[in-house]
Design a binder for this molecule. Structure first.
Ligand code: UTP
Length: 296
């Protein structure tokens, strides 16, 4: 069994990033030199995904354009002698096939995943949130490791988790592991627990492998706040009904960069820009001067 389909939900409002996201998708905001979703697709290419299904929505057409071949731009760069810039468009030639479907009502991440059912059919598949980069410059193979464990354990789902400080657990779906380790079976997932209620400090980290059984679970859960269908509720239902659901911890060098709010978006931008081979060293000096001038 091979897992080579990745579903990338990109339909969300991105309201926490207003006004930046009023007329452009948050997934197209740049982090360093590239838009967020390009890092996501590059990560998925490296781990062997062959088909990418974007779950899009209103105002998201720039994502389709970004992954299209732009012959006109290539010609202009050639004609104007800017051949050196052509390499920046190499990602257009990745050995991938892109598919797009629209989530016509924004009823939550679970609903977005459900929109993939007619495409995915009865095969296992990966889900990678389009607003989260895993690892500096997306150098993570966690999806490959998760897929291997999914097959080895004959699992129903494998979910990526990242350790977060205890005073941040209230923002995430948090694991209740049956045992501790890099790969663990889940006893439950608690959505946004208080620090006191949290069974661990392991927060869901934007990457999943699912068997098609997730669609059945998504069909049967009750919508939550605002009519939203929560992916975490469907995962809980799978566990409750005896499904084998595993968690996999991100390695230390595989931090999750969540672009969904300004605090983490700004941090991610600065970190990626500082790590840029060409522009990073100058920026480093500039930031040092700036910080020194403000706090001598
Ligand atoms: P978020 O949970 O951050 O939701 O989405 P959001 O609606 O985009 O952001 P806010 O809360 O309004 O600021 C996580 C990922 O899931 C996608 C988003 O596009 C993002 O990549 N998503 C979310 C959907 O595709 N559909 C949805 O209904 C919700």
């Amino acid at each position: 069994m091979e897992i080579n389909i990745a579903v990338v939900p990109v339909a969300g409002h991105g309201s926490r990033l207003l006004p930046a996201t009023k007329s452009q998708p948050k997934e197209m905001l740049p982090v360093g030199r590239k838009p967020v979703v390009q890092y996501v697709v590059e990560e998925l290419t490296r781990v062997g995904m062959e088909r990418i299904l974007f779950i899009t929505g209103q105002g998201k057409s720039s994502i389709e354009n970004h992954f299209d071949l732009n012959h006109e731009l290539i010609e202009i760069l050639r004609e104007t002698g800017k051949e050196d810039l052509l390499a920046e468009l190499d990602f257009e030639r990745a050995p991938l096939r892109y598919f797009f479907t629209r989530q016509r009502q924004l009823l939550g991440l679970g609903h977005a995943v459900l929109c993939a059912q007619p495409f995915v059919g009865d095969r296992p598949f990966a889900v990678a949130l389009g607003d989260s980069i895993i690892g500096m410059n997306a150098q993570s193979d966690v999806v490959r490791r998760m897929a291997a464990s999914f097959i080895e354990k004959k699992a129903d789902a494998v979910v990526a988790f990242e350790e977060v400080p205890m005073d941040e657990v209230h923002r995430y779906g948090v694991a209740q592991p049956k045992e501790r380790g890099d790969l663990f079976e889940l006893a439950d997932v608690i959505e946004k627990p208080s620090r006191e209620e949290a069974p661990s400090n392991l927060a869901i980290a934007a990457r999943y492998i699912f068997s098609p059984a997730i669609f059945d679970a998504l069909d049967r859960i009750e919508p939550g706040k605002g009519g939203e269908i929560q992916l975490t509720d469907a995962i809980r239902l799978m566990i409750k009904e005896g499904g084998k659901v595993y968690g996999m911890c991100l390695r230390e060098d595989e931090r999750r960069y969540d672009i969904g709010n300004f605090e983490s978006y700004f941090r991610a931008f600065v970190e990626f820009a500082l790590a840029d081979e060409k522009f990073g060293p100058d920026l480093h000096c500039y930031l040092e001067e700036l910080l020194h001038a403000n706090h001598p």
